[in-house]
Design a protein around this ligand. Structure first.
Ligand code: CP
Length: 357
């Protein structure tokens, strides 16, 4: 099937309409997942982790996608998304290459993103990408859908080369949202009925935006938005939450919400979207939205402290040196690798091989 509309028409569609085109053939939007998908991804990530524990299991996993080639097209800075996708691809046996610097690709000669993607998918079976433009992943998806190249799945189905967004502009980071859900599930034993406090730069934080979309799929979740007014969550997200009856409220500090929260999700000020100061310094976190050592005393006994990372001063450094199982962000980072194994296995329909153990 191919989209019969032009790229500008496709990009002008509301996200809810774009999601219908994407289905599960690519990963661009958090809104494309329903509860069954989320539960299945978490189960699969657990199964991948368990299978990889033995040399026999790891070896079998490494045979699943040995015939496939991936491109990691990351032209915006990344450490863990890039590395965890690379590791997940290696665990599944995928061959891989990367483009990380537009200066050494033909993009620097003025090639459009559409032509670049068309070129990439001539050679590879998967594009994982990070880009500073909000529409970049959707543009890549449209290009793949409208090219002649197809991959054949184990069941014989032919599909366009999948596009996976590893972060697109300031709007979406869907695979991060999947790993965040996985981490909250593992920490709390479930998300239904929980209160999750999102802290920091909610306006430009693509991780908290994508995670908020996923909360539609859980029952009786409450979101607390802890941010200075200039970084508060944008109306497109709060309207979405209202439309889907997800409860949310703004809080004026970490202290105001910490006793209610089952999960506290910190984010840094996303100042890469601001003009760079001449001295190269970073915008400091407001004191009211900085997680300090003393906050561990106020946190609920079962709660978890999350961060998509990288972090700066929004978490006091001393928190890293406390042996407290509620400090979850380093384990959250590693969970991301297993979630990305699950994502790739499902895209290529080899997940049943992992689930059978
Ligand atoms: N969480 C996250 O996206 O980290 P990187 O920017 O290091 O990939």
């Amino acid at each position: 099937m191919s989209v019969r509309i032009s790229l500008p028409e496709f990009l002008a569609l509301p996200d809810a309409e774009k999601v219908k085109h994407v289905g599960q053939r690519s990963i661009l939007f958090a809104q494309q997942f329903d509860r069954a998908d989320l539960d299945a991804y978490c189960k699969l990530a657990d199964a991948a982790r368990a299978l990889h524990k033995t040399p026999e299991g790891a070896s079998r996993m490494a045979g699943l996608l040995r015939h496939r080639m991936a491109l990691n097209f990351f032209v915006q800075p990344s450490s863990r998304t890039f590395m965890s996708f690379n590791t997940a691809q290696a665990y599944l046996g995928l061959n891989r290459m990367s483009v990380r610097d537009v200066k050494i690709s033909s993009i620097s000669k003025g090639e459009t993103l559409v032509d670049s993607i068309r070129t990439f998918i001539s050679y590879v079976d998967l594009v994982v990408m990070r880009h500073d433009q909000d529409d970049a992943a959707a543009t890549a998806f449209w290009t793949s859908l409208n090219s002649h190249r197809r991959i054949t799945l184990p069941n014989g189905e032919e599909r366009p080369v999948p596009i996976v967004s590893g972060g697109s502009g300031s709007k979406q980071h869907p695979t991060q949202a999947l790993l965040d859900v996985y981490t909250i599930e593992k920490s709390l034993g479930g998300i239904d009925g929980r209160t999750i406090m999102l802290v920091g730069d909610l306006k430009r934080g693509r991780t908290v935006r994508s995670l908020s979309y996923l909360m539609r799929e859980y029952r009786d979740v409450r979101l607390l938005f802890a941010a200075p007014e200039r970084y508060q969550m944008l109306p497109d997200i709060t309207d979405f939450l209202d439309a889907h009856r997800v409860s949310w409220k703004k809080v004026g500090s970490i202290d105001e919400g910490i006793r209610e929260a089952d999960a506290i999700y910190m984010t840094r000020i996303q100042d890469e979207w601001d003009a760079k100061p001449a001295d190269g310094s970073h915008a400091p976190a407001d004191d009211a939205f900085t997680f300090r050592l003393r906050h561990l005393d106020a946190m609920r006994a079962h709660a978890c402290l999350l961060h998509p990372l990288p972090k700066r001063d929004e978490i006091e450094e001393a928190v890293d040196y406390v042996d407290d199982p509620r400090v979850m962000y380093w384990r959250q980072e590693r969970n991301g690798m297993w979630m990305r194994v699950a994502i790739l296995a499902r895209l290529f329909e080899v997940h049943h091989e992992i689930l059978r153990g």
